[in-house]
Design a protein around this ligand. Sequence first.
Ligand code: DX5
Ligand code: ZN
Length: 217
Amino acid sequence: MNCLSPSILAADFSRLGEQIRELDEAGAQYLHIDVMDGMFVPSISIGLPVIQSIRPYSERIFDVHLMIEEPARYLSDFARAGADLITVHAESCVHLDRTIGSIRDMGILAGVALNPATPLSVLDYVLPYVDMVLIMTVNPGFGGQKLIPYTLQKVRELKRKVDERGLKTDIEVDGGIRLENVEEVMDAGANIIVSGSAVFRGDITENTRCFLKILNS
Ligand code: DX5
Ligand code: ZN
């Protein structure tokens, strides 16, 4: 099944609860929450208290994307705050296998994200233990960027590897996805679609419905 994961990085934070309810009502299945520490990526975004306070506003899958150094230090805090799925970057984990195990031991889903320049081979040994792979289609750190075309080739190769090994790993894409190119990224093999600015700019309900129509077609 194809799912939409709107990124709240593009939300109006003064009306966050309200906008999350709007996404829910329009049918978005996930909620993408970008946590940035000003170290792994240049920006600082939001963290634990925000996740905790929006949890009662939505029953959707809280898809927490950790763009932070040494995420292993905070996994249980994010799970307690309400994460259903925690994605860590392969580039920020010295002990990636242990980190994936720690997430799964908490009874939640584990994702691994790869920056555009990171090869898929870092996943060769751990792929069977990962619920989702996040292929970054921009360099992480900011919303509103343009998709880097070669990342779609990576999505295609990952999809082939997943199928060849008989796995059911979800493939998420994040960065520069809009109504005009979402079909192309789905054709490449992605089934969880993150979108920030293209969902929140303008009419949230209408944008969400337009995305879902393409995702379900
Ligand atoms: C980028 C973040 C994305 C971002 C996507 O570092 O991980 O989730 O919010 O925003 P758009 O869809 O505007 O590129
Ligand atoms: Zn993200």
